[in-house]
Design a protein around this ligand. Structure first.
Ligand SMILES: [Mn+2]
Length: 380
C-alpha cells in the first residue's frame, strides 16, 4: 500500500487499466467472463472450481466478502467455490461470526491446489505481507478497498481487479455484485455481509459511502438478527482481561498520542482491541499499540476523526521497517523479529517509540539514542 496513490472517486466501478473491461460491461459480467475463460483453460479436474482467499486473521469484512463471493460464484455463475483461510482466528467476535453462521472454511495448508481453476482474493491484494497466494492456479480476481501496496513486480495483475479506495467495506462491493447479478441473498450470506459492513464502517460512522449505506440496510433487512446480536457480544476469554490489565500498565500518553508497547502478547488481536479501547479516551487523538506474537511484532494504529489518515502515520512509526497497510483511520503493521528474545523485542519497541514521538515533536537530529520523554500513565 502506498499513501501517494490518490483515492479513486467513490463508486468508480473498476480499475479499467488492468482489465479487459469494455465500456458498458458491468463488473459482474466482466467477472463472469474472466471466470469462464479461467475455467476453460484449466486442466479438466480443476474446471469450474474456484478458490477464495483473504488475509491472515480474517476480520468480519474479509469473512463477509468471502461469503458474498462464494454465493456469487456458486449461485450467480454456477461454479463451485471453496473459501480457505490461513492461521487461527483469534478475535472473539470473528470466531463467533464463523461459528454462529456456520461458515465453511477450509484450512489453506490442507487444500489440493491442483483442484482449482483460479484463485480470488478479497479484502486484500497480492503484494500485502499478511496474504498468502499460491503461484498456481492463476490469480483471476481481486476485490479490495485498501490503498494498493507498492508493486514488487513478482505478482501479475489479476484479469479482474476491483479496488475501490472510497469504499468502507469490501463486503459492500460483493453486495453490489450480487445485486447487479440479480442474486437473492440467503440469510447466512446477508448476515455475513452485514457484519462486514457494520464492523469496517462502525455502523456507517466511518469511511462509509452511499454503497456501504445501501449494503448495510439491505443486508440488515435479510439477516438473522438473533445471530447478529450473538456475534456482537460473544463470551470473552480470560486472556482478554489480562490483556486489558497489561495494556493499562504499559500505556503512556504523550500529548495527543497514546502509546502502548506491550512486549510479548498472548493474542495478536490485542493490539487492535486495545487501540480501539484507548482511542475512546478523552484527549487521545491517535493511538499506537504493539506487541510481539509468534515471531512478529504486530502493530495497530488508530486516529480519531480530526487527526487525519492512519496510513501515513503508520509509515512514519515503522520508519522503513516491516510491512503495513490501512485505510481511513485504521492501520496495521508488522515487523519480522529475528528472535523472540526480550532484548530484540525491547529494541524494536525503543525504535518504534522514538519514531512515534518524532511525529509529535520532530527533531533535527535523527539520533536513535535520544531518550524520549517518558509520557504519563493513562488514567492519571
Ligand atoms: Mn475491509
Amino acid at each position: 500500500m502506498s499513501d501517494h496513490a490518490l483515492p479513486l472517486p467513490a463508486g468508480e466501478p473498476h480499475d479499467r487499466a488492468s482489465t479487459e473491461l469494455r465500456p458498458g460491461l458491468q463488473p459482474a459480467d466482466h467477472l463472469r467472463r474472466v471466470l469462464e475463460r479461467a475455467s476453460a483453460e484449466a486442466p479438466e479436474e480443476a474446471q469450474g472450481h474456484f478458490l477464495v482467499l483473504t488475509h491472515r486473521g480474517p476480520d468480519p469484512d474479509a469473512l463477509g466478502a468471502c461469503e458474498g463471493l462464494r454465493r456469487l460464484i456458486e449461485v450467480g455463475f454456477g461454479y463451485r467455490a471453496t473459501v480457505a483461510t490461513l492461521g487461527r482466528i483469534h478475535r472473539a467476535e470473528n470466531l463467533a461470526l464463523v461459528r454462529t453462521l456456520e461458515l465453511e472454511l477450509v484450512d489453506y495448508t490442507e487444500i489440493d491446489l491442483s483442484r482449482f481453476a483460479g484463485v480470488t482474493l478479497v479484502d486484500t491484494q497480492p503484494e500485502f505481507g499478511h496474504t498468502v497466494l499460491p503461484d498456481t492456479p492463476p490469480l483471476v480476481a481481486v476485490f479490495d478497498h485498501h490503498v494498493p501496496p507498492e508493486k514488487d513486480g513478482k505478482r501479475p495483475d489479476a484479469p479482474h481487479k476491483d479496488v475501490r479506495l472510497g469504499l468502507g467495506a469490501t463486503s459492500s462491493m460483493l453486495y453490489e455484485y450480487l445485486r447487479d447479478a440479480g442474486i437473492q441473498l440467503d440469510e447466512r450470506t446477508a448476515s455475513a455481509l452485514f457484519c462486514g459492513v457494520r464492523y469496517d464502517t462502525m455502523d456507517l460512522s466511518r469511511n462509509a459511502s452511499a454503497l456501504d449505506e445501501e449494503a448495510y440496510f439491505e443486508t440488515f433487512r435479510l439477516c438473522d438478527r438473533t445471530k447478529i446480536a450473538a456475534i456482537d457480544k460473544p463470551p470473552l476469554p480470560r486472556s482478554y482481561y489480562r490483556a486489558i490489565a497489561s495494556s493499562m500498565a504499559a500505556a503512556r500518553q504523550h500529548g495527543p498520542l497514546v502509546l502502548a508497547l506491550l512486549g510479548k502478547i498472548e493474542n495478536p488481536e490485542t493490539v487492535a482491541e486495545m487501540a480501539d479501547f484507548f482511542l475512546r479516551m478523552k484527549g487521545a487523538s491517535w493511538v499506537v499499540v504493539g506487541g510481539a506474537f509468534e515471531g512478529e511484532y504486530v502493530l495497530s494504529l488508530r486516529t480519531d476523526r480530526s487527526f487525519g489518515n492512519a496510513y501515513p502515520l503508520m509509515k512514519r512509526v515503522l520508519g522503513g521497517e516491516g510491512s503495513f497497510g490501512g485505510h481511513g483511520h485504521i492501520a496495521g503493521g508488522r515487523i519480522h523479529l529475528e528472535d523472540q528474545g526480550e532484548s530484540t523485542i525491547k529494541s524494536v519497541e525503543r525504535a518504534l517509540r522514538a519514531n512515534a514521538l518524532r511525529v509529535i515533536a520532530p527533531t533535527s537530529d535523527d539520533d536513535e539514542e535520544a531518550i524520549p520523554p517518558e509520557g504519563r500513565p493513562v488514567g492519571e
